[in-house]
Write a protein that binds this ligand. Structure first.
Ligand code: MG
Ligand code: MG
Length: 242
């Protein structure tokens, strides 16, 4: 799981090096798939319930599960990249929303708050707490900035399967939900909207859009629940040290 966390983190950093105005989202997918396979791993999203690519790439008002395409990234866009790797029989899963060139101040704030809300959730991911403590921490933080939490999708346990129990919602009541146990590996992945929380599913059955077509951001890390504080398996350090 640790090796996988590093691999998925480094893959996202390779994608981050490629994000720029003028680049297609298919090119980002190619970079990731090549990097994953070059390291002896399998892109676990490819073929998952029929998903057609190695990455979920979700631009601007797409929350998650966008298909890579010939869309050309433009200055001011945001692009959420979600990546899964299967390596030595275990799964890694991580996501990051990249600004394309310079973004406006409101969008920069959405990115910063969404990422910070993830760390608020991780701080609550300690043995003896419950999944509701994570959701409550994420929700309280994100909503304090006037943003809204997508409720139709959630984090999850991870291990031999990419999606395991428990579900890890990004909203909820402290003290409710599944008890967190030392050694449990989970993905925490807030999806935060600039506007209202409403979403709809595109006709392709995959891409989730904001109903008001305002931007949405998504950050995800894989962590191990521990006593006192969670241990990160994936990390944004490779991305942010570029
Ligand atoms: Mg993911
Ligand atoms: Mg996930």
């Amino acid at each position: 799981m640790r090796e996988n966390g590093i691999l998925v983190s480094r893959t996202l950093a390779e994608v981050g090096k490629t994000v720029a105005p003028g680049v297609t989202t298919l090119e980002l997918n190619r970079v990731a798939e090549t990097f994953i396979r070059d390291h002896g791993a399998i892109p676990s999203f490819l073929g998952y319930e029929g998903f057609p690519a190695a990455l979920c790439i979700s631009v601007n008002d797409v929350v998650v599960h966008g298909f890579p395409s010939d869309y050309v990234l433009r200055e001011g866009d945001i692009v959420s990249v979600d990546c899964g790797t299967l390596y030595k029989g275990y799964n890694g899963d991580s996501a990051y929303t990249f600004p394309v060139g310079e973004v406006d101040a409101e969008t920069r704030k959405l990115l910063d708050v969404t990422k910070a809300s993830l760390y608020e959730g991780i701080a609550a991911a300690v043995a003896g707490n419950r999944t509701g403590d994570i959701g409550h921490a994420v929700q309280t933080y994100a909503e304090s900035f006037g943003f809204s939490v997508v409720r139709e999708l959630e984090g999850h346990g991870i291990g031999r399967e990419m999606h395991e129990l428990p579900g890890v919602p990004n909203y909820g009541k402290a003290g409710k939900g599944t008890k967190l146990v030392d050694g449990m590996t989970i993905c925490i992945e807030p999806m935060i909207n600039a506007g209202n929380r409403g979403v709809y599913l595109a006709r392709n059955g995959w891409a989730v859009h904001t109903a008001d077509h305002r931007n949405s951001a998504h950050y995800e890390l894989t962590v191990v629940v521990r006593k006192g504080h969670a241990e990160l398996l994936s990390t944004f350090d490779y991305i942010e040290n570029i």
